[in-house]
Design a protein around this ligand. Structure first.
Ligand code: MG
Ligand code: ZN
Length: 221
C-alpha cells in the first residue's frame, strides 16, 4: 500500500518539474516533442530521415535517452543535428529531472524544435511527462497490431501515432485498420501517420505534420 503512495508522489513531483521545463521551453520559443515507442520501433532512424526535411526550415536539437550508450546521439550528430545524450544508468524511462539537467546544458535560444527520444519502452514512459508539447508514439509493423490494446496508457496519453516500417506490411499480419480502430476507441483525437523510415515513404508528410503542429502552437500563443 505505501508503495502505491510513494509512486504517486514521485509522479506528482515529476509533473511539477515537467511543467517548469515546459515554461522554460515556451519562454525560449522551443516546441518540444516526446518521441516514444518500443526498442527497435525505429525512433532514431525516423529522426535521421526527418532531418533533411526539417533542418533548413527550423533549428532542431535532439535529446537522446538511453540506458547506457551514446550510439543514438552519435547517429543524430552524423545526420546533422546537435544532440545531447542522457544515460539513465539502466533506468527504463526518462523523467523530467533528467530533461531539466539536459536543458540546462543547452542554449535554448538556439532552437525552434527539440526532440526528446525516450528510452524504448511502452509502459512507464507513458506516465512521465517531460515538458513536451507533442507526443508521437512510433509503432512498427513488425511489433504486431495488438500493442494498442495491450498498452492502453501509452496510446491514451499520446497526441499521435506513427506506424513505422510500412514497407514490411505486406509480409506481416499487421492490420493498420485495427490500429486505427483501437487507438481511436482509446483516444478519439489521436492522429495517425504511416511511414517507412527505411524507404523514406511518408517521411516528408511526417515532417509537414510536425512543422504544422509547431505552427499551430505559435499561432495559439
Ligand atoms: Mg534509438
Ligand atoms: Zn520506467
Amino acid at each position: 500500500m505505501s508503495k502505491v503512495v510513494v509512486a504517486k508522489e514521485i509522479l506528482k513531483a515529476n509533473d511539477a518539474l515537467a511543467a517548469a521545463n515546459l515554461r522554460l521551453l515556451d519562454q525560449a520559443g522551443v516546441f518540444c516533442i516526446n518521441l516514444l515507442g518500443s526498442p527497435g520501433s525505429g525512433k532514431t532512424t525516423l529522426l535521421e530521415k526527418l532531418t533533411p526535411y526539417l533542418k533548413d526550415r527550423v533549428r532542431v536539437g535532439v535529446i537522446e535517452g538511453d540506458l547506457a550508450t551514446s550510439e543514438d546521439a552519435e547517429r543524430i550528430e552524423k545526420a546533422g543535428l546537435p544532440s545531447i545524450q542522457i544515460n539513465t544508468g539502466g533506468g527504463c524511462h526518462l523523467d523530467s529531472n533528467m530533461v531539466a539537467n539536459a536543458l540546462e546544458s543547452l542554449d535554448l535560444n538556439e532552437f525552434d524544435l527539440l526532440f526528446i527520444e525516450n528510452v524504448g519502452n511502452l509502459v512507464c514512459t507513458a506516465g512521465h511527462r517531460l515538458g513536451e508539447r507533442l507526443r508521437i508514439v512510433v509503432l512498427s509493423a513488425a511489433e504486431g497490431d495488438d500493442k494498442v490494446v495491450k498498452y492502453p496508457p501509452m496510446f491514451q496519453k499520446t497526441d499521435s501515432v506513427l506506424i513505422n516500417k510500412a514497407d514490411l506490411l505486406p509480409y506481416t499480419d499487421f492490420s493498420v485498420e485495427r490500429v486505427h480502430t483501437d487507438a481511436r476507441r482509446l483516444n478519439p483525437k489521436v492522429e495517425i501517420l504511416q511511414a517507412s523510415a527505411r524507404t523514406g515513404e511518408g517521411i516528408e508528410e511526417a515532417a509537414e505534420f510536425i512543422l504544422n503542429k509547431r505552427q499551430q502552437w505559435i499561432n495559439g500563443k
